[in-house]
Write a protein that binds this ligand. Structure first.
Ligand code: OAD
Ligand code: ZN
Length: 287
């Protein structure tokens, strides 16, 4: 196997010898990025081409960009990811407190979980990755769509305006009967004083899409994806659908697909390019 470095300012063997690099690439890759350098493998010649500085500043500027973010973009703001924390909260599996069944069985437990998440999100600050996406939006305006699986408000506080929350919002609640979301920053940690609707007296629940419920805004998501020339996905494990399937739709439509995060997502093979690294380091270089 040969390595070729077009710019000569970096010794590929330094990178290729590192354990991190070996775990980041595999024999069947076509294009992979590592430490902000991009590698392309040509199976016919078994040559790996190494290009320095693949992330040109402004590389998203002349596009219609569709961005999907997951818990990883808020990780460096101190908010735990789902899979990273072992998927556990106080001994409960997260996917067992974030379900309609959990709500039926124990609304007080569900409200304690979301009250804690409200506290954590309020204490967190947006990071350089949130701000970088706000900067892209600033120049692309209506040619930029940001869909997030996150329920925190760090994109908004980082300066983004066109934010669509596919999985709901931590700072909204809704009455189970009236079904109308309203802003709510309350903490409901006492089983005897859970919130009730001011209009009809029914229980009020978090405005969150739980497992088994229908993702918000899917029509709009498909409409916007149709217009896009680039799909940029940041910090999601690619394990929860329909979000994880957007890259396959993009591929069918010939849209360029990029992933940014410190490790490959489950659906890595579907992406054209993967930039391995923390979002706060990689994203500011893309805008
Ligand atoms: P996960 O916890 O499944 O994945 C987080 C991803 O973030 C992982 O792939 C990490 O490699 C990556 N990551 C960690 N640190 C990062 C960093 N500094 N920069 C960039 N990426 C980083 O979270 P999601 O994929 O968002 O749904 O989870 C999807 C959905 O599952 C959530 O919206 C939630 C959950 O259950 C509901 O609550 C309905
Ligand atoms: Zn009501």
């Amino acid at each position: 196997m040969h390595y070729w470095c077009p710019e000569g300012d970096l010794n590929p063997h330094d990178l290729l010898g590192s354990a991190d690099f070996k775990s980041a690439v595999s024999a069947d890759f076509t294009i992979r990025a590592f430490s902000h350098h991009i590698f392309q493998f040509h199976p016919a010649t078994a040559i790996i081409y190494l290009c320095t500085s693949p992330l040109l500043p402004g590389s998203l500027q002349a596009t219609v960009s569709f961005v999907l973010t997951g818990a990883g973009i808020s990780a460096e703001s101190g908010l735990a990811t789902f899979r990273g924390s072992g998927g556990l909260w106080n001994g409960h599996r997260v996917d067992q407190v974030a379900t309609p069944e959990a709500w039926e069985a124990d609304p007080a437990l569900v409200w304690r979980f979301y009250s804690m998440r409200r506290r954590d999100a309020m204490a967190a600050e947006p990071n350089a990755a949130h701000r970088a996406l706000a900067a892209i939006e600033h120049s692309l305006a209506d040619n930029f769509y940001l869909f997030t699986q996150n329920v925190d408000d760090l994109h908004e506080r980082g300066g983004s305006i066109r934010v669509h929350h596919m999985h709901g919002s931590l700072f909204h609640s809704r009455c189970v009967a009236c079904d109308l979301p309203f802003p709510d920053q309350g903490f409901y940690e006492d089983a005897d004083s859970l919130p009730r609707c001011a209009l009809c007296g029914s229980p009020v629940r978090p405005h969150i899409v739980w497992f088994g419920e229908i993702t918000l805004d899917m029509d709009e998501i498909y409409r916007q994806l149709d217009r896009a020339t680039v799909l940029l996905v940041v910090g999601t494990s690619g394990s929860v659908y329909p979000a994880a399937g957007l890259v396959n739709i993009a591929n069918r439509r010939g849209i360029r697909t990029l992933y940014v995060g410190p490790e490959e997502p489950l659906n890595a093979s579907a992406f054209d390019e993967i930039f391995l690294g923390p979002a706060t380091e990689v994203l500011p270089k893309v805008v």
